[in-house]
Design a protein around this ligand. Sequence first.
Ligand code: HEM
Length: 230
Amino acid sequence: MASYLRSWLAIPTATVAQPQSDPDSPTTPTKAPEFTFTEPQIDDDELLDEDDVAPAFPAPNSAQRAAGSSAPSLLPPSTLMPPPPLPGPRRPGPPAPSSNSLMPPPTTTKAPKSAKKSGKVALAPGHSPLDWAALKSSGTDLRGGLTGLLRIPPSVLKMHNKPDDAWSAFQGKVYNITPYLDFHPGGRRELLRVAGRDGTNLFAKTHAWVNVDFMLDECLVGFLVSEPSS
Ligand code: HEM
C-alpha cells in the first residue's frame, strides 16, 4: 500500500519536446513545450502491503494454536491457563481503638483550643432573622411614630438611651433600635451598650460584615449632625 501511494505522489515524468531549431527560418514561431503524463506502472502484488495483512487467528501464542486447531474448540482443561488465584484472607489492619471501635479517632474528639466562644444568644421564639424580615416588610411602624427624617445632634441622640426608647447612630445614620432589641443575635444587652450614642466603632469591631443599612432600613429616624453653635 505504501509503495502504491508513493508512486501516486511522485512527480510524473515529463518529456519536453524540443523545438525544431531552423537557423534558416528565424520567423518560425517557437512551440510551447509539451508535457506527456506517464501513468505509473502498478504491480498487482504491490497493492497488498504488510499493513493490509489480517492478524493471525488464533494468535501465535494462543491455547487454540497450541492445541493445533485453527478454530476455537472446547479443549481439555489440562491445556487451558489456570484460573487466577482466589483472594486470600485479609491482612490485619491497624489495631482497633481500645475503648470503643465506633468512636472517631482520638485526634478529632478534642475541640480546637483556639476556638472563640460565640457571643450569639438564643433568640425567643418568633424572633429569628426571618421573623425580623417579615416584621420589616409588614408595614408596622418601626420608627416610633416619626413620619419624616430628622437632623439629630449628639445631645438629642443622648436622650434616647432607654430600652423602650433607644436610638443609635451607625455611619452617620440614626436608627430606632428598640424594635430590633429582641431580634439581635448578639442579645439585647450588647445592643443596648450603644443606646443613645454613636455605635459605629463597636459595630465594626463586632461584625463589620453585617449590613446595618439593610437590617434597620425601616428603623431610620434621621441623620447625625454636629451640635448647633449657640
Ligand atoms: C443595630 C445594629 C446591629 C445589627 C443590625 C446587628 C446585627 C447582628 C447580626 C445579624 C448578628 C449575627 C451575625 C452572624 O451571624 O454572623 C449579630 C451578632 C452579634 N452582635 Fe450585633 N448587630 C448590631 C449591633 C451590635 C452592637 C452595637 C454590638 C456590640 C455592642 C453587637 C454585638 C453582637 C455580638 C456580640 C454578636 C454575636 C457575634 C458572634 O459571636 O457570632 N451588635 N449582630
